[in-house]
Design a protein around this ligand. Structure first.
Ligand code: C2E
Ligand code: CA
Ligand code: CA
Length: 661
């Protein structure tokens, strides 16, 4: 039936022309993409297109020669035919290698097995060469007449079956890690690839194989190589979707791997000082820097504009550690963003799959962990999910014991007013001592309390203890305006909180003006509506507020300033950074300027030395908090401290003699 399209005994050139055109166009489109040479998968796809193009070109040339009748004894024709047949034979093998790469199978098989996979291919190549040599010697038209060629076709079909069969088995086994769309398209490609050989079996003059294979390639290009959801357009790094999919493969196939997680700090603040374009530039710069590590065995991901990750497939600890250390040392240097040099703090975490991260759920927890201001920046941290889970349960039990026994205590840390030279307020900070675990840092147990829901009870008990302290000791007589009480994000989501606080205050005869509630920046951006409703109710009752840990989250400052914050507490990392370099100093100065410009007062935390204090006094910062004045201390010590301070006045502050260690 196909013969009606072209004269009898003549090869049809049309399909080869279309195949050349299609393969050539796809090749050109594909090669202009970024990262094409970085990975085996993309290199393989490119090679497939190239081989297909060569194959159709040679087929075309050979057909022209045959049709013109000038083939007999031509060595040019022999050469063209040899290249064409070699290319044709390479196609199923390359397709199989490509699909196995897509299915993530190649990571699991040893080099020896890869070689075994190539054996049928080699056998076929030898067979082809032998046939070509024979046909050339006889000067005959090989496709139609030679039994060797028919044998070749049989072998060829068997080899195609072999490769298609392997791909089918792997496809079925890997279906969980694939999107439905991908699963179906690979299936279609495999069937279509096999079908591409069929027309030529019926009509050797048709020459449609290359064209049909080109259509398969177009299908792959549209479905499997359409990677917009797997690669970030701006940085070229892999996306969150990519890590989600690859992690399924890692855990399914138990590929032991290292994961490096990189968290950038102060990005919210940096973005408000430097602007969005500069942050995009930072993202791009970090992307370029991390991309240098990407290859087949190391995948680099951008999880958000302040969070990146790397997976080292079957990587060894030394390599993972070396990469992590190189990343850290890069972050110790400045980033030049449109002419402005900035230091960006980074925390780098390293962990191992599967012994430290046993499953996908825990991997997500690891990757979603935010930059933690409480954890040292520019340092390498080990993350062991199993150990941290065990520790978490221990802390939870200890917390429950402490709550039952009523042994949680509140310490107080003074806040100094530089204008009036007195202790103006103090911050209530919770302390936990457990017989088994010893002193547990509030950074740790507050997090556990939030995760387990114990925070509501704990927060209320802190509030109760502070009210009892105010009722019993009347610290206002020593000049204390109020006590700062920390509210956790979870507490802020509880609509019954104002009512319960009111009840506690009434029972102790305490006024809301004696308490200032500290709310962290991350809580403010957590749920805008709930927070606005809560703050307006608390404000009506008479409470005032401080914004805690300013600059560490990702908040937009105009948005944050809509809230009625009386004080803005600048995180200690900004002060400590400002001492070390001019860029960080400029950032701190800008922050203070910003707070002043908005008509609020700043409290700078973490004042430890006289140099820091002097610097902040020069900047006319009104309120200072830190070890230079006093660490958080138990209630009786704190009372003595404020009593002494109010009796002796500010003279003692200037020489720092009242510091407690
Ligand atoms: P925070 O609210 O930012 O509290 C200030 C932290 O900085 C305290 O750590 C304090 O001891 C520490 N600090 C103050 N000045 C200096 C200094 O000069 N040098 C150094 N190195 N550190 C200084 P602490 O007491 O360990 O509390 C850690 C965090 O735990 C608090 O950070 C707060 O987020 C949370 N927390 C503590 N008590 C409570 C509480 O009662 N409720 C809630 N929700 N969170 C609490
Ligand atoms: Ca606080
Ligand atoms: Ca703070």
């Amino acid at each position: 039936m196909f013969n009606s399209f072209y004269p009898a005994g003549r090869y049809n050139l049309n399909f080869d022309v279309c195949a050349m055109f299609l393969a050539g166009i796809l090749f050109i489109f594909y090669i202009t993409r970024p990262r094409v040479f970085q990975e085996k998968r993309t290199r393989c796809f490119l090679l497939l297109l190239f081989v297909l193009f060569v194959s159709s070109l040679c087929e075309f040339c050979a057909s022209v020669m045959f049709n013109s009748g000038s083939y007999s004894g031509s060595s040019a024709l022999d050469a063209v035919l040899t290249i064409s047949h070699t290319a044709q034979v390479l196609l199923p093998y390359l397709l199989a290698v490509y699909l196995l790469e897509v299915l993530g199978f190649s990571r699991r098989i040893t080099r020896r097995r890869v070689l075994l996979l190539a054996l049928p291919e080699l056998f076929l190549l030898v067979q082809i060469m032998a046939t070509e040599v024979q046909s050339a010697a006889r000067g005959a038209e090989p496709h139609v007449t030679q039994t060797g060629v028919i044998l070749c076709i049989i072998f060829f079909s068997a080899v195609i079956w072999f490769y298609i069969g392997i791909c089918l088995v792997v496809l079925v086994r890997s279906r969980r890690a694939l999107l439905r769309r991908e699963y179906i398209s690979i299936l279609i490609v495999l069937v279509a690839f096999w079908c591409a050989m069929v027309p030529q079996l019926f009509d050797p003059y048709l020459k449609a194989t290359e064209f049909l294979v080109s259509l398969c390639m177009l299908g792959i290009f549209i479905t499997l190589e359409n990677d917009a959801d797997l690669y970030d357009g701006a940085t070229g790094l892999r996306t969150r979707t990519a890590i989600w999919r690859e992690s399924q493969e890692i855990f399914d196939q138990e590929i032991s791997s290292f994961v490096v997680s990189i968290k950038l700090g102060n990005t919210g603040y940096l973005s408000m000082m430097l602007g969005i374009p500069a942050m995009k530039e930072l993202d791009r710069e970090v992307g370029i820097f991390l991309q240098q590590y990407a290859d087949d065995a190391v995948h680099v991901y951008r999880l958000s504009d302040q969070s990146y990750a790397m997976v080292l497939f079957q990587g060894d600890r030394d390599r993972a550690k070396k990469i992590a250390e190189e990343i850290l040392s890069r972050f110790q240097a400045q980033w030049c963003l449109f002419g402005t040099n900035v230091l960006v703090p980074a925390q780098v975490w390293i962990s191992r799959i599967p012994d430290q991260i046993p499953d996908e759920k825990h991997l997500n927890v690891f990757l979603d962990t935010r930059y933690d201001p409480a954890v040292p920046a520019n340092a390498l941290h080990q993350f062991d999910m199993l150990k941290s889970e065990a520790r978490r349960s221990e802390v939870e039990l200890a917390l429950q014991r402490a709550l039952d026994a009523g042994t949680l205590t509140v310490y107080y840390q003074p806040i100094y007013d530089t204008k009036e030279g007195r202790i103006h307020s103090c911050e209530a900070l919770l302390r936990m001592h457990d017989e088994k675990l010893g002193n547990v840092s509030p950074e740790e147990f507050i997090k556990v309390a939030e995760q387990t829901g114990l925070i509501a009870k704990i927060g209320e008990s802190v509030f109760e203890k502070v009210c009892a302290f105010l009722e019993r000791e009347h610290p206002e007589q020593y000049g204390l305006d109020f006590v700062e009480v920390n509210l956790s994000t979870i507490q802020c989501m509880d609509p019954t909180l104002p009512m319960r606080f009111q009840r506690i205050m009434q029972s102790h005869g305490v006024k809301p003006q004696q308490i200032n509630l500290e709310i962290t920046e991350s809580a403010v951006i957590h749920d805008e509506k709930t927070m606005q409703a809560l703050l307006s109710t608390l404000q009506k009752i008479g409470f005032s507020f401080a914004l805690d840990d300013f600059g560490t989250g990702n908040a937009n400052y105009t948005y944050v300033m809509k809230y009625p914050f009386r004080l803005i507490k600048i995180d200690k990392s900004f002060l400590w950074g400002a001492e070390k370099d001019d860029a960080a100093r400029a950032i701190l100065e800008n922050m203070l300027e910003l707070v002043r410009g908005l008509g609020r007062e700043a409290v700078v935390e973490g004042v430890e030395t006289k140099t820091q204090r002097d610097m902040l006094c020069r900047e006319q910062v009104r309120y200072l908090q830190g070890y230079y004045y006093s660490k958080p201390i138990p209630e009786p010590d704190f009372l003595n401290y404020v009593k002494n301070f109010s009796q002796r006045g500010s003279s003692q502050e200037t020489d720092g003699s009242s510091r407690e260690s």
